[in-house]
Design a protein around this ligand. Structure first.
Ligand SMILES: Nc1ncnc2c1ncn2[C@@H]1O[C@H](COP(=O)(O)OP(=O)(O)OP(=O)(O)O)[C@@H](O)[C@H]1O
Length: 513
């Protein structure tokens, strides 16, 4: 293990027999106004290894990534690649040849074809014809074993295909160091395994990875070393084989207490409890067919299924983001207007969207404004809210959900990803919805915050909200009274509470055959 509590790990100069790190950052400090995002932090990544970077929400991981990719300058400290100082920030081509990051959010332009995306910003290309562009793109994708048609419009790609195209693009620029920032958050189990196989192949070919994930089992599965950041500082770097899971969590959180089980018991739902969400004969061509389900007040129902199961499209239809071809959605006894989000919300639905960036938050508004948007009516007459009341309500949410922020006035686009997710959930629950639909509620949320988020959801259920949890994360589903399994657009099984992990995975896998 290198260093514990010290500022920066591992040397940047070669010592006898030790190769120079492929990437080394030392003594990095970065401040945003009153917030210290990184304080004398660093990382050293050996050539050809897959190195994990983990830490709680707001620990400084994304900030380090932006410095390692030349998107921003550290206030102090230095970055070296194979011992050489990093290029200047203006030398974008220099950076592109050294490092690429595949973000959760795509950097691919959705309206262009795959081929155009691959050859965008390429030096020395001059004007080339479409056929030649397409041929060169096909050769490039072929060389990296990516089975995607270069003529496809990039916006139509699946998350998995998009990531592979981005990796191929990075490698084709010459980069041999790739940062994967929560790459598995939007992938189903089979796609995650394919990604890991691909990473292992590339690693065998000498590619170095920095892998960021809140799923610690993935760190053990695919990484050789792990670095932990806590509160802007480097606290530990170790081979994963030397670091038991509990110690890793302890390093992240600063205490060694065991994680609570998020499947803690809730009272049984009375048989006479009212149905607060009913879906009847719902169908949407290409996504799902004849779906029927009911959630009662106080009940938590899970919905699991692979990427092609249609579960997210179903959730989006319930929330009014999509309009079904037929069938009905009933929320607390009334039928919201199909395809209307305001109508669904007015009817008593709370919704936690999959893509918090696009659907969840108003980026330039403060944490307080975002968190209290749906309770405006409760805080003051006719939607007029006294700023002090708004701030007080937001401060209560910040405390209850452990949101790391400089205060209620911080704009949400300055929050870390996981903390933004907490604001979306706090907001969804703030209106005491009769029914709550959540898609991947803990995506991007650290291990400790997961407990408090899921605890808040379970409390809402105990208080009478009916909850539909749409997720492939087994931890998200443990508190559910039953889990519905979707496959190719249909609900094909119902698994009662008390399942073992292997049983639920088998239920999802089994129906594939
Ligand atoms: N542009 C910005 N302006 C102000 N503060 C910022 C900005 N970007 C990041 N921060 C703050 O810096 C700290 C570190 O954030 P960072 O995004 O690096 O965390 P992270 O470890 O990536 O978290 P997560 O796991 O939630 O993605 C946070 O407190 C965040 O609010």
């Amino acid at each position: 293990m290198t260093s514990s509590g010290a500022g920066t790990p591992a040397p940047t100069a070669a010592t006898a027999g030790t190769p120079l790190p492929a990437v080394a950052a030392r003594g990095i400090t970065k401040r945003y106004g009153p917030t210290t995002a990184l304080l004398d932090a660093g990382i050293a990544i050996a050539p050809g290894e897959t190195h994990a970077l983990v830490g709680r929400n707001g620990a400084g991981k994304s900030t380090l990534v932006s410095i390692l990719t030349g998107l921003q300058r550290a206030d102090t400290g230095e970055v070296r690649f194979a011992g050489e100082p990093a290029p200047s920030l203006s030398d974008r081509d220099g950076w592109r040849r050294l490092v690429a990051c595949v973000y959760q959010k795509s950097t691919i332009i959705p309206t262009l074809t795959v081929a155009e995306n691959l050859f965008l910003n390429r030096q020395g290309g001059g004007l080339i014809g479409w056929r030649s562009l397409r041929r060169r793109a096909a050769d490039l994708l072929d060389a990296y074993g990516v089975a995607v048609d270069p003529a496809r419009v990039a916006g139509e790609l699946t998350v998995e295909q998009r990531q592979l195209v981005e990796i191929a693009r990075a490698l084709s620029f010459g980069a041999r160091f790739i940062i994967l920032d929560e790459p598995t958050a939007q992938l189903d189990a089979a796609a995650i395994e394919r990604l890991f196989d691909r990473m292992r192949q590339l690693r065998d070919g000498g590619v170095t990875f920095l892998f960021i994930s809140h799923h610690l089992q993935e760190v053990y599965e695919v990484c050789q070393s792990v670095t932990v950041f806590r509160d802007a500082r480097h606290v530990l770097t170790a081979p994963v084989t030397d670091l038991p899971h509990d110690e890793l969590v302890g390093a992240m959180t600063g205490d060694a207490g065991p994680l609570l089980s998020s499947g803690a018991a809730r009272p049984a739902v009375p048989a006479a409890a009212e149905t607060v969400l009913a879906v009847d004969g719902l169908r949407l061509a290409g996504f799902y067919e004849d779906v029927r389900l009911a959630v009662r007040a106080g009940e938590m129902v899970g919905l699991i299924g692979s990427g092609s199961s249609g579960k997210v499209a179903l959730a989006e239809t319930i929330a009014g983001l999509r309009r079904a071809d037929g069938g009905t959605v009933t929320v607390a006894g009334s039928r919201p207007r199909p395809g209307s989000v305001p109508s669904a919300l007015a009817g008593g639905l709370g919704y936690l969207p999959q893509d918090r960036h696009r659907e969840g938050l108003v980026p330039l508004l403060s944490v307080a404004e975002n968190a209290t948007l749906p309770i405006a009516g409760k805080l003051g007459p006719a939607g007029v809210i006294a700023p002090a009341r708004r701030r007080a309500a937001a401060q209560r949410m910040i405390d209850a959900y452990d949101i790391k922020t400089s205060g209620p006035d911080q704009p949400v686009n300055a929050l870390s990803g996981g903390n933004a997710q907490k604001v979306v959930l706090a907001r969804a629950l703030s209106n005491d919805p009769r029914a709550l639909v959540m898609v991947n509620p803990t995506a991007g949320v650290d291990v400790r915050s997961k407990e408090s988020l899921l605890g808040a959801v379970a409390s809402a259920a105990t208080a009478g909200t009916g909850v539909l949890v749409v997720s492939d994360e087994l931890d998200d589903l443990r508190s559910c009274d039953r889990v519905l399994v979707m496959f190719h657009g249909r609900v094909v099984r119902e698994v009662p509470r008390g399942w073992a992990d292997a049983d639920l995975v088998a239920a999802v896998e089994g129906v594939r055959e």
